[in-house]
Each structure stands twice: as C-alpha cells, then as structure tokens.
Design a protein around this ligand. Structure first.
Ligand code: SF4
Length: 196
C-alpha cells in the first residue's frame, strides 16, 4: 500500500491536460470548468503530470475521434478503429498517442490517472460506440485508447465523474474520513439504466 503522500514523497497524478486547464480540447477549449478539481489537487503533496494524447498526435484544434467497433482495448488489439468525424481513420495516431501517454506515466512513476470520461482517448468508464455525431448515438462500456493503455500498464484510472473515488482521494490527502453517499460514474443512475 502506498504511504501517506508527503512533500518529499508526493502522490503523482496523471491528469488529462484539459482537466488541468490546458486549452487542448478539439476546439482549443478545456472541455468545461474543472477549477474545483484543480483547486484541491493543488498542494505540495501532489505532483501533477499533464498530457493530451489527441493533441500529441493531431494538434489543436482538430476533428473529434471516436472508437468504432469496440472500446480502447479493442483498438489497441487491432479489433476496432478510431475514426475522425469526417471518416478519416485515426487509429495509428490514437494508438501512438496512447503508448506515449503510457510511457510518460511509467517514466514519471504515476500513482494514478484522473482522465476526462467519454473521450475516445481519455474516457475511462464510458465512451461513444461509433461517432458521437450519429443521429442515434450510442455509448459503450470501457475505456478510450489512452486510458486502456494505462490500465494495461497497471495504472489505476478514474474519471472526473467518479465522485466516490475522488472523495476518497481527497480524504487521503486531507487525512480525514468523510461519510458520503457520493457515487462513481458506473454506480450512478444514468449508467445503471443505460447499460442494464
Ligand atoms: S484527448 Fe484527453 S486530454 Fe486531450 S482534450 Fe481530449 S479528453 Fe482532454
């Protein structure tokens, strides 16, 4: 078990760069406001490592890729494809970016990753099955390509929607124990209903 994080031995957290406030979203934005998450992670006992896999391979701004025929594990295994919104096959770039993120995480001895859910690269619990721009868009269980590479490397991955895990992490850092009914994304009503 990892010892209590200290200034000398900080918890190393890999963050989707957009969650960290970097304008690396497809439109150059940050995919929402995540100032609250950043505010409690900003402490000397935490060392943040930020990376945007899609920016690594395709730059910003860019088209939006989603995974067709399976989730990120399937893309890594050559059984599914990552496809941009105009139909261009981005599989090679998505896999290259995923492996670059994994290698960075291993080099930096990351303890865990907090990634942006739904993203075809960073999604950890839910991603789109096929294009998110389809009239009848579908969701699938499982991670995006970069999250899958991290999980296979043994790195725990949670998302910004995993409220219970984030609360436990915050309690660890604060040295407190909060009684809470917060739930991770897979425990929430939308997930339980959609994937029933
Ligand atoms: S690829 Fe990941 S880090 Fe980059 S914008 Fe999308 S969710 Fe954020």
């Amino acid at each position: 078990m990892r010892p209590q994080p200290t200034v000398d031995r900080p918890l190393v957290v890999l963050l989707s760069a957009c969650l960290g406030g970097v304008g690396c979203g497809v439109d150059g934005g940050t995919n929402g406001d995540h100032a609250s998450l950043r505010s409690w992670l900003a402490r000397p006992e935490v060392r943040l490592v930020m990376f945007c896999p899609e920016d690594f391979s395709f730059g910003t701004p860019r088209m939006t890729p989603d995974n067709h025929g399976g989730n990120g594990f399937d893309v890594l295994d050559g059984k599914a494809r990552s496809v941009a919104e105009d139909g261009t096959d981005w599989t090679t770039g998505m896999v290259k970016a995923a492996l670059a993120m994994r290698d960075l995480a291993l080099r930096e001895q990351v303890d865990l990753a907090i990634l942006m859910d739904i993203s075809g690269a960073c999604g950890s619990t839910v991603t789109y099955l096929g294009s998110r721009f389809a009239k009848d868009k579908l969701y699938q269980q499982g991670p995006g390509v970069a999250a899958a590479a991290l999980i296979r490397a043994g790195i725990p991955v949670i998302s910004q929607r995993d409220d219970r895990s984030l609360r436990m992490l915050r309690d660890l850092l604060d040295g407190t124990h909060t009684l809470t009914d917060e739930r991770d994304h897979w425990e929430k009503e939308w997930y339980q209903t959609y994937f029933a």
